[in-house]
Design a protein around this ligand. Structure first.
Ligand code: NCD
Length: 360
């Protein structure tokens, strides 16, 4: 069974196939209107969402399928203490495919270990958000016509912003990618992504303090919200929340064909005056999210029918070490009774397989 838990669970060729399908859906909407007739998508959202959940729902409806699920953990059996593993075994009896969002990092991976139907990670804590990445890739492809030879500036909360982590991982598999990191000291990109993703794939990265100093170099400016819900210290959030604000003045030196992306919701980080700039692509990006999720649901269901016994490549029971604990309190392995999984990196560090935190 194939799942989408991390951006790299699917090869570059498979990403390409999904993007091609999305483009075909855009060009031939009618052709797909009954493509998933009789199939059901369950949306299990343990954490708030507007766009992602509704875009999954709308995607499945446009494919002629049905949708069930919950948008609030309090209204499900989770509030009675049911584990992720049990929940997906139960839901697999009712649905053909599951999209799950969870505040605990690695929860969708746990789900994939127990599920009889494909699991899609719709965002797990600060860790990953692979369907936003597919959305971003489709948008870049449609706006820029390519996925290589791009200088992309990531601005804002690069520490807790899961969309940034997933997109950098995905882009590191293309050629000519140049990453510029624009963040306050406290919200810098996790070092494992810089070292084990960018450096390893020879993707140059540079940290800068202001967007102005790099604006003229950028092909893409990827803005993000400071992730209030991930802060343990409210004062720190208050101090950092308005670190970077994009306004027309700051865009003065930007290339004419640069594009501005944002996974949304936006709070203060892009002023309303930027919305009318043709380079502002963030609302077009939302629509691409629906098309790419249509393509993803369609593809995963097709794979499940064609190749039901294909394992997800990254599952490996030799990684079990139940005598060790992950140091990340937000990791699912510290919240539910699951096997503890660790992998050894090239420089000898131990990393939790669920959330990728380094074992201290
Ligand atoms: C993002 C998320 O949930 O991580 N939103 C989304 O899915 N479009 C970004 C955010 O919440 O800031």
């Amino acid at each position: 069974m194939r799942h989408l838990i991390d951006t790299t669970d699917i090869s570059v060729a498979e990403v390409d196939q999904i993007l091609e399908t999305a483009l075909d859906i855009i060009a031939n909407r009618k052709k797909y209107s009954e493509a998933c007739k009789g199939k059901k998508l369950a949306t299990l959202f343990y954490e708030p969402s507007t766009r992602t959940r509704l875009s999954f729902t709308s995607a499945m409806m446009e494919l002629g399928g049905n949708v069930l699920g919950f948008s609030d953990a309090a209204s499900s059996s989770v509030s009675k203490g049911e584990t992720v593993a049990d929940t997906v075994r139960v839901i697999g009896c009712f649905a053909d495919i599951i999209a799950m969002r969870h505040s605990k990092e690695g929860a969708p991976l746990v789900a994939s270990h127990y599920s009889e139907v494909p699991i899609i990670n719709a965002g797990d804590g600060s860790h990953a958000h692979p369907t936003q990445t597919l959305t971003d890739l489709l948008t870049i492809r449609r706006e820029k016509g390519r996925l290589n030879d791009l200088t992309i500036g990531f601005c804002g909360d690069l520490k807790f912003g899961r969309t940034v982590h997933s997109l950098i991982k995905a882009l590191s598999r293309y050629t000519g990618i140049n990453v510029i990191l624009i963040a306050p000291e406290e919200l810098r990109l996790p070092s494992y992504i810089r070292r084990e993703v960018c450096d390893k794939n020879h993707v140059p990265t540079r940290e800068v303090a202001t967007m102005e100093e790099v604006m003229s170099e950028l092909d893409i400016l990827y803005m993000t919200r400071v992730q209030k819900e991930r802060f343990l210290d409210e004062e720190e959030f208050e101090r950092l929340k308005d670190s970077f604000i994009l306004n027309p003045e700051r865009l003065r030196t930007a290339k004419k064909d640069m594009i501005i992306l944002h996974p949304l919701p936006r709070v203060n980080e892009i002023t309303r005056a930027v919305d009318n700039d043709p380079r502002a692509a963030y609302f077009r990006q939302v629509e691409n999210g629906k098309f790419v999720r249509m393509a993803l649901i369609y593809t995963l269901l097709k794979w499940a029918e064609e190749r039901p016994t294909t394992p997800t490549p990254r599952l490996d029971t030799t990684l079990v070490n139940n005598s060790q604990r992950c140091s990340n309190r937000q990791c699912i392995s510290n919240c539910e009774d699951v096997d503890h999984l660790f992998r050894t990196t090239e420089n000898g560090d131990q990393r939790c397989v669920y959330c990728e935190a380094r074992v201290k």
